[in-house]
Structures are given as C-alpha cells and as structure tokens.
Design a protein around this ligand. Structure first.
Ligand code: C5P
Length: 229
C-alpha cells in the first residue's frame, strides 16, 4: 500500500471556464504525473442518476449512485482520456451543459461529496498527481505541495466556453452560457459543504487577460520553486 502522504500533489481549483482543465492536462503531460478531473466524477454521478431514472433531488438514491459509480478512466494515446460509465463511453456526453448544471446540484449534497472523497484521494499515486476541481486544496488534498486557484471574469469564461463549442461545430448562445455560468458559480460558492473558495495558502491567478501558455509558465515556475520539477 503506497503512503499517500508522501505522494506529491498539485491542486488547481477555480470556477468553470477558468482554464483549469487545459492547464491541468498540460501540467500532467509536462510533469508526467497523473491527472484527476474531479468534476468528471460529479458529472458522472449526475449522468448515472439520469440513466437510472433517478431525480437529482432524490438525495438518498443519488448518494447510492455516487458510492457505486462503475467508471473507468482509460488512457487513449491519440485522444487523451476516455471515460467509460457502466460499459458505455461517455467522454463527450458528460460535457453537456445540462449535465454540468445537474452535477452542481448533486455536488451540493454532503453525502455525495463524502461518497466521492476516498475515490478522489486514491488517484494520488507515484510519481505525483495534478488534481483539478473546486475543493482540491481545501478539502480533498489539504496537504498538497502546491495549491493554485485560477479565476477569470464570468464574461471571459462564457466567451471561452462559447468559442470552444463553436469550434466543435456545436451551436450555442453566448447569453445562455453566461447565465448558466453565473447560476453554477452561485451554487458552487454558496453551498454549505466544500464551497468554491481558494485555500488560504493558494497562489491565486486571475487569468482573464492571460493566455494558457502564460498561466502554465507561472504554475511551472511555482512548482520549480517548491522543488517539484
Ligand atoms: O469542473 P466541472 O465543470 O466539470 O464540474 C462540474 C460541477 O461539479 C461543478 O459545477 C461543481 O458543482 C462540481 N464540482 C465540485 N467539486 C469539485 C469538482 C466539481 O463541486 N471538486
């Protein structure tokens, strides 16, 4: 059994569209560390509930779904990580806006967070872990070597998401995306359990006017200062 306390972890928290996902994947590639997309676990819980006809309001049943998630994260050389839920590939379907909103509803249920806690900690294996989420530095990995909190204005985050969808050929409304982002922020920041907030010892970066490369450079520099690379 590896001693999890000794496995180095870098946490990257922040709201939707702050660039966390891209930054974390690039960091994981460059450092050759593992990657935890914790948001995917909440999205998978919402999707599994949907598949089983369970309402996101039914807290007792959702808790059971979260505790028994049958999911595999497969590394696919060409396409990155492939996510398989109950034998079905859901890599793209969990990214739908509706699933994002449902994920933030189930994520506000304390028993769901509790059910997913150990599963997230189990991702911390040698040589190290880059953990992407909302409460990675505050709750899941409070002993992380480096904690980063990425932020950006809601308008900038909506515009990034809009461009991403359009580039994939998905039709989208910038106005609707902005409303969804604001609704999700409101729920994520104001829930009683594990609200979205920077850890007191986090490095906070406002990425509104920064490119991915610039953010990556700052985080890699911080990692270097901590002797992590
Ligand atoms: O990051 P992503 O947009 O995939 O996350 C989906 C939802 O899951 C978030 O809006 C948030 O409510 C929830 N989440 C969370 N804690 C995390 C990661 C995600 O509550 N560590």
């Amino acid at each position: 059994m590896p001693n999890k306390e000794l496995v180095p972890v870098i946490t990257v928290d922040g709201p939707s569209g702050s660039g966390k996902g891209t930054i974390c994947q690039r960091l994981a590639q460059q450092m050759e560390w593992h990657f935890l997309d914790s948001g995917a676990l909440y999205r998978l819980t919402a999707l599994a509930a949907h598949h089983h006809g369970i309402s996101t309001e039914d807290e007792e049943s959702i808790k059971v779904v979260a505790a028994h998630l049958d999911v595999q994260f497969l590394t696919d050389q060409s396409a990155g990580i492939k996510i398989v839920l109950e034998g079905e590939e859901v890599t793209d379907s969990i990214r739908a806006e509706k699933i994002g909103l449902d994920a933030s509803t189930v994520a506000a249920i304390p028993a769901v967070r509790e059910a997913l806690l150990q599963r997230q900690r189990d991702f911390a294996v040698e040589p190290g872990l880059i953990a992407d989420g909302r409460d990675m530095g505050t709750v899941v990995f409070p002993e992380a070597c480096l904690k980063v909190f990425l932020d950006a204005s809601a308008e900038e985050r909506a515009s990034r998401r809009y461009k991403q969808l359009i580039s994939k050929g998905v039709s989208a409304s910038l106005e609707d995306i902005l409303l969804d982002i604001k609704a999700r922020d409101e729920r994520d920041m104001n829930r009683t359990v594990s609200p979205l907030k920077p850890a007191p010892d986090a490095v906070i970066l406002d990425t509104t006017k920064m490119s991915i490369e610039e953010v990556l450079e700052v985080v890699l520099d911080e990692a270097k200062h901590k002797g992590l690379r």
